[in-house]
Design a protein around this ligand. Structure first.
Ligand SMILES: C[S@@+](CC[C@H](N)C(=O)[O-])C[C@H]1O[C@@H](n2cnc3c(N)ncnc32)[C@H](O)[C@@H]1O
Ligand code: SF4
Ligand code: SF4
Length: 335
């Protein structure tokens, strides 16, 4: 059993929910992702949601019923993603309602083209930047916007510092065939800026690295471990390991599905972000159905879902490893 996986799983901050889970009782989701809009102001060549990026967005009148249902279910944290969440016409209003009225903890994943003028309501914001080289940015993201995004990140740091806000600010690099040589320069750049709290290095999920790319990436990941950084550098090691380990999953189902969920622009509630739009992963609709029914449906959906179609290194994988190991523990009074 790898304790590192367990220790790093935030799920264990919720002992009551874990107890209910171990007893087989209904467990309410802790964190959900919400897709306010499928629209996007970039067209990244690696975007895993390319097929979904379209024209749909949540109707304004449906926002409140969705948040009300999530509150009823006991959801604690909401992550805004998409499409590009800041591109949603009522984005600021939505965030303020979710925080000030419904008191959710909020996270934002954004490409940073539009300044997220809601920092005081966010627990964290992560900018999906990917590169600090203009030509690579344009190639990967489809528009020449690097400078604007860097300015917005620096503006966010300045606003957080001036207003003494508690928001955590992160930058992310999804490593692709275009930017794989740039991991260390990317970290060094942000490490020097004295304002970004963390940098996340994430493998691309729908591409297989060549041997040469793996070698180069490995050297850099090793260097990251061997150097001291002012900011937190998160290498998402488990993702790299799962991908490299011949793309084999080490778990057969998804115990973590009880604790997460994803809501699309129709208000449909799914097992996780990977399975959005998969009818067999849909619990129900938060606008037209009572949340109680949706919670009830989850058991059947989980029991009948075909987990063989789950990719490795998904949202649930770290949690799943921790939960599987946790369930196997015996003699809990002998530590
Ligand atoms: C689909 S985007 C939506 C939010 C926003 N538009 C953005 O880019 O930050 C959510 C996250 O998925 C990441 N992502 C997209 N395609 C990916 C892929 N093929 N592999 C790994 N991560 C990916 C993006 O970098 C981003 O951090
Ligand atoms: S900005 Fe986000 S949603 Fe838009 S194309 Fe890029 S990764 Fe996809
Ligand atoms: S993709 Fe991952 S998080 Fe989603 S159901 Fe499968 S194992 Fe769970």
């Amino acid at each position: 059993m790898d304790m590192a996986y367990m220790m790093s799983s935030k799920i264990f901050y919720h002992p009551d929910i874990i107890k209910a889970y171990l007893k087989g009782n209904t467990v309410n989701p802790i964190t959900v992702k919400i897709y306010l809009t499928d629209k996007c102001n970039l067209s990244c060549n690696y975007c895993i949601y390319k097929d979904r990026v379209g024209n749909d967005e949540i109707e304004k009148t449906n926002i409140i019923p969705i948040f009300d249902s999530l509150k009823w279910m006991g959801v604690k944290g909401i992550v805004f993603t998409g499409g590009e969440p800041t591109y949603y016409p009522n984005f600021n209003e939505v965030v303020t309602y979710a925080k000030k009225v419904r008191e959710f903890d909020l996270g934002l994943i954004t490409n940073g083209i539009i300044y997220p003028d809601v920092l005081e309501d966010l627990t964290w914001v992560r900018f999906s930047l990917d590169t600090i080289t203009r030509s690579i940015y344009s190639k990967m993201k489809g528009r020449d916007k690097l400078q604007e995004v860097i300015s917005n990140i620096n503006r966010a740091i300045e606003e957080r510092n001036n207003r003494k806000l508690s928001v955590t600010i992160g930058v992310q690099i999804v490593v692709t065939k275009e930017n794989y040589k740039e991991i260390i320069p990317f970290i060094e750049y942000w490490n020097l800026s004295y304002g970004v709290d963390y940098c996340q290095i994430r493998p691309i999920e729908n591409y297989r690295y060549t041997e040469e790319e793996w070698d180069y990436i490995h050297k850099q990941l090793e260097e990251i471990d061997n150097r001291k950084w002012k900011m937190k550098v998160m290498t998402t090691k488990y993702k790299w390991e799962e991908l490299e380990n011949d793309y084999q999953k080490t778990y057969a189902d998804c115990p973590g599905a009880d604790f997460i969920g994803s809501i699309d622009t129709k208000g449909d509630f799914y097992i996780c972000c990977t399975m959005v739009k998969d009818e067999t992963a849909k619990y129900g609709n938060l606008i037209s159905e009572h949340p109680d029914k949706i919670l009830d449906n989850r058991k059947d959906i989980h029991a009948n879902f075909d987990y063989s179609k789950c990719p490795v290194a998904c949202q649930g994988s770290l949690m799943n490893k921790g939960l599987v190991a946790f369930k196997k523990l015996q003699h809990s009074n002998f530590i």
